[in-house]
Design a protein around this ligand. Structure first.
Ligand code: ADP
Length: 434
């Protein structure tokens, strides 16, 4: 590789030598003239190549790069190589980006990239169709200006990213969507939107089927239980051998009746997607009733203690709240040995009212806790059945909580008892004697 410093040095040396020769053979004037002319020509050639370089840089193109001469030949060769390399990686990057865009367009889910201000940076075609937006028109628009739904704005600003949001009947299209926010980059988000209309329809068909079957079973079962009870009242007229069968029939039909009632309650709560009403509940009265019913269920064989903060009331659906609270107490009674302790607490923490049931019962394996609210999930099916359980209690509690925007927290350890806590949002709190 040539070095411009050596190149200049050799040129100067040669010109100086030739000038000295001219000085010796001719005169000083001729020598000086020769020296200055050579330097001038040398500089002029560099100025010329700088001009060509400048011209080429204004419109760089591989085919028009000058060849150069002397040191400039090498400079242009290096430029050519680097420019070719850059062009190649640019074209690779464009191909990869193009492939990514094509793949993103092929995904049936809607994908929207949002910047730190929740403005649309990019979105694919399915998202345009689902959420009625147009990238060309809506780029850089805040997403919550286009999806005007309070629940969506809350979900967006929550920055929790641990759940999905269901949007039903968006812009009267009658379709349902599930929205998931995923953080990426420094503070950008990816909004993924899935059309769940068909899944929702199937769920609704299943729910309706269960509700209809339960409804149809309810009347004949009530009649059967009624007649069995009448027969049982006439037990003196039966011989000792028949009586246990009668008793078993009565127990089993009672179980079926309870199951049908729980199924009906579950499908009625489930099919009601709207948030529960916000009517002030008289908690003192509710707890009086709870105490009476829980003592009846326990047959006074547990120490049941109820502690209630009378300054706080709940805004909700009284019947549903009563059912959820009684379900938790009833579980505590059924899964705690005789003589055990049960505490039911109504209080407030961090501006949020909560209901908590603590028991000193058999406890639950920590691994199974996330499954407890599934329909018909029972750790010990025989124990549940024998204690009058249907496997639907916690599922009902979960749906009542959803309707009240409440959260369930469960802490338990085998042999050390359990704690079930329902935490209500602040907007369902009503403070008394403020
Ligand atoms: P079930 O009618 O069987 O009690 P639930 O839905 O109310 O149905 O509860 C589901 C399962 O969770 C129960 O079968 C039981 O195994 C477990 N469970 C619920 N509450 C308690 C509790 N307080 N202590 C121990 N296990 C419990």
């Amino acid at each position: 590789m040539q070095d411009i410093r050596w190149n200049t040095f050799w040129v100067l040396l040669l010109v100086s030598f030739l000038s000295l020769v001219f000085w010796g053979f001719k005169s000083l004037e001729v020598a000086l003239f020769f020296f200055i002319s050579c330097i001038f020509v040398y500089l002029l050639s560099h100025v010329y190549w700088i001009y060509r370089l400048n011209k080429w840089l204004k419109n760089p193109n591989l085919s028009t790069i000058p060849n150069g001469s002397g040191i400039w030949e090498e400079i242009f060769a290096i430029l050519y190589r680097e420019y070719r390399k850059q062009k190649k990686s640019k074209s690779e990057l464009t191909t990869t980006l193009g492939r990514f865009m094509t793949a993103a367009e092929a995904i049936p889910d809607g994908i929207i990239a949002l910047n730190q201000n929740n403005e649309i940076e990019w979105c694919n075609k399915p998202s345009e169709k689902m959420l009625d937006i147009q990238l060309a028109k809506d780029i850089n628009q805040p997403i919550n200006y286009l999806l005007r739904e309070t629940r969506f704005t809350e979900y967006l600003n929550d920055n929790k990213y641990d759940g999905t949001l269901k949007l039903i009947s968006w812009r009267n299209s009658g379709r349902s969507f599930e929205i998931l926010l995923v953080p990426f980059g420094v503070s950008q988000k990816l909004l993924i939107c899935r059309d769940i209309t068909q899944i929702e329809k199937n769920d609704s068909i299943k729910r309706d089927f269960i509700a209809n079957v339960s409804h149809e079973l309810k009347t004949p079962l009530t009649v059967i239980v009624g007649f069995l009870e009448t027969l049982f009242d006439m037990k003196n007229e039966f011989n000792a051998k028949t009586l246990p069968y009668l008793q078993m029939m009565l127990e089993q039909s009672d179980r079926m009746k309870k199951l049908v009632e729980d199924l009906l309650q579950l499908s009625s709560i489930e099919s009601n997607a709207a948030p529960a009403e916000k009517k002030e509940i008289d908690m003192t009265e509710l707890f009086k009733k709870l105490k009476k019913d829980s003592e009846f269920l326990s047959k006074k064989s547990h120490k049941i203690n109820m502690s209630i903060n009378k300054n706080i009331a709940l805004l909700g659906h009284e019947k549903e709240i009563y059912s959820a609270f009684l379900n938790l107490i009833s579980n505590a009674i059924r899964y705690t040995k005789k003589g055990g302790n049960i505490n039911a607490i109504w209080d407030i923490k961090d501006q949020k009212p909560f209901f908590e049931v603590q028991d000193s019962g058999i406890g639950i394996d920590e691994k199974l806790i996330p499954r407890l609210t599934e329909r018909f999930f029972r750790i010990d099916a025989d124990r549940s059945r024998n204690s009058g359980g249907t496997g639907l209690g916690l599922s009902i509690v979960k749906h009542i909580c959803i309707r009240h925007q409440a959260q369930i927290e469960i802490y338990s350890q085998i042999g050390k008892g359990s704690q079930f806590k329902i935490i209500f949002p602040q907007e369902r709190l009503s403070l008394k004697n403020k």
